[in-house]
Design a protein around this ligand. Structure first.
Ligand code: XMP
Length: 512
């Protein structure tokens, strides 16, 4: 195991990813849980992440001293380099020249970290993002690379296998960064790249059994990939101690609810309670047009229905969730400041506290594409595993204004045709997410010899790595033209189609 100690950098998740890409298992833990993790995991190497704090501030975080006493290789990145330097007796100062973005460094000494990648005397592009810098090295260290504003851009104590880099090797803007990280985990730490999704599956099953024992687990299925993969994995671990509850809010896409039910009942034989609560949801949403009110209404009702069903089947000690690593990181604020609520995300947040259940979250350390790989490993069909993300509140937030059965029907048909065209054009996997939005606006048109006065449909498609930022997808005009024609011809109630060319930021992916 490589232990990655998180000081709150936005890109810590990328370090974990790079390490796993090398076939080496890693775990990310926040700095305040690192001492416990050192004991529990007995890691073969440690990476200290960057972070927003400043080492020269009194209360700023540090790594547990055991990290440097365990006789294992340590790589400090950015803030991690500074924390390491400070903890080992060096000096860090507030830099007068802050460096943000692309920078050039010069390698001045060969080192195991650079082996086969960077040569002495050459200059290389890296990504920097720092204000402070190391100004005096701890004993045993020497400088191996410099930049104009960070004389100690990379430092090393080769005898102890301690390395510090001021730049970020984990981001793509440091072109050879991934190779440097490979050098650290494979070369310096000597770890074998034999970790696979199959190994993850075995370990996860063992962990679930240890945690759950002979107790019962409930899992809320959303129809999406994450909860489905979590459920199948948990079922493999504990069999019918697991019961899945699928609260069908009637806001799913065409045929989606049926697919989930059939997949679980027929293919996997997993006990499933299917609650058709669509009427209840529609009634509760009647007259609601404010986006936040919609989200809250759906979230609350979902919890109520789930709780009632759980009671009916006699409750359980554990609640399973398909929480992913990006969800974890988004919900932890290291900077301490209150973050602004852009949208209240609807998952089953709040449920465990209310129902006094413990959580089982077997996907907590994974990224979306890794969850997909695990789904394939577990034999889930490609059509399910490769599916675009779909928000918890479903079509309700793709129908701005008040929601009616008629509008939902129009939207479902339109969405299905749009996705069909995307698949036919071979674009489904290139796009992160694509969907239609039925606008509460009617415009005048002419069809045949008659006047029409119908809804406008907006199409959305974005590329993204993690949903945090996104670019609108640059379709060819003929694709848009063809799709619009089909939509207007085949879906009654739509007479105009527009394409959303907003990226995120400043837009969000969903319209509400
Ligand atoms: P936004 O619209 O915030 O969406 O740019 C980012 C990603 O999150 C999805 N999304 C949700 N997922 N519950 C979810 O599980 C929600 O309430 C929710 N709202 C948005 C959205 O589809 C996109 O992938």
């Amino acid at each position: 195991t490589v232990l990655i100690i998180d000081f709150g950098s936005q890109v810590t998740q990328l370090i974990a990813r790079r390490v796993r890409e090398e076939g080496v298992y890693s775990e990310v833990v926040p700095f305040n849980k690192a001492a416990e993790a050192m004991d529990r995991l007995k890691p073969k190497a440690v990476i200290l992440s960057g972070g927003p704090a400043s080492v020269i501030e009194g209360e700023s975080p540090r790594a547990p001293q055991t990290v440097f006493e365990a006789g294992i290789p340590v790589l400090g990145i950015c803030y991690g380099e500074q924390a390491m330097a400070d903890q080992l007796g060096g000096i860090v100062e507030g830099g007068h020249h802050r460096e943000f973005g692309r920078a050039e460094i010069e390698v001045i000494k060969p080192a195991a970290l650079f082996e086969g990648v960077w040569q002495e005397g050459q200059r290389y592009t890296v990504w920097m993002s720092h204000g402070d810098r190391v100004t005096q090295l701890p004993a045993g260290f020497e400088v191996i690379a410099t930049s104009d504003n960070a004389p100690f851009a990379a430092i090393a104590d080769e005898s102890r296998k301690f390395y510090g880099v001021q730049f970020h090797p984990e981001v793509v803007h440091t072109p050879q960064g991934a190779q440097l990280l490979r050098n650290f985990v494979r070369g310096v730490a000597g770890l074998q790249g034999d970790w696979t999704m199959g190994a993850f599956r075995e370990e996860a099953i063992k962990k679930i059994r240890d945690q759950v024992g002979d107790k019962r687990v409930l899992c809320g299925l959303s129809g999406g990939v994450d909860s489905a993969v979590a459920a199948v994995l948990i079922h493999e671990a504990i069999g019918d101690q697991l019961t899945c509850v699928f609260v069908d809010h009637g806001l799913m896409r065409l045929g989606e609810a049926e697919q989930v039910v059939s997949l679980f009942r027929n293919t996997y034989n997993i006990p499933l309670v299917h609650v058709d609560a669509s009427e209840m949801f529609l009634k509760e949403l009647d007259g609601v047009s404010d986006p936040e009110k919609k989200r809250k209404t759906i979230g609350k009702l979902f919890i109520d229905v789930f709780e009632a069903e759980a009671k009916k089947i006699g409750g359980a000690d554990f609640l399973a969730q398909g929480t992913l690593y990006p969800d974890v990181i988004e919900s932890v604020s290291f900077t301490g400041g209150p973050s602004v609520t852009i949208k209240s995300h609807h998952n089953v947040g709040g449920l465990p506290e209310r129902m006094n259940m413990k959580l089982v979250e077997p996907l907590r350390d994974l990224f979306k594409d890794e969850v997909r790989a695990l789904g394939r490993e577990l034999g889930l069909p490609e059509s399910f595993v490769g599916r675009h993300p779909f928000p918890g509140p479903g079509l309700a937030i793709r129908c701005p204004g008040e929601i009616t059965v008629e509008k939902l029907d129009i939207l479902r048909k339109a969405d299905a045709i749009y996705l069909e065209e995307i698949r036919a054009a071979g674009l489904y996997d290139v796009i992160w997410q694509a969907f239609a939005v039925l606008l509460p606006v009617r415009t005048v048109g002419v069809m045949g010899d008659g006047r029409t006065y119908d809804h406008v449909l907006a199409l959305r498609a974005v590329t993204s790595v993690d949903g945090m930022t996104a670019d609108f997808y640059p379709y060819q005009m003929d694709f848009l033209g063809r799709t619009a024609t089909r939509l207007i011809n085949e879906v009654r109630g739509i007479n105009r189609v527009v394409y959303d060319v907003t990226s995120k930021p400043p837009g969000t992916i969903e319209w509400e």
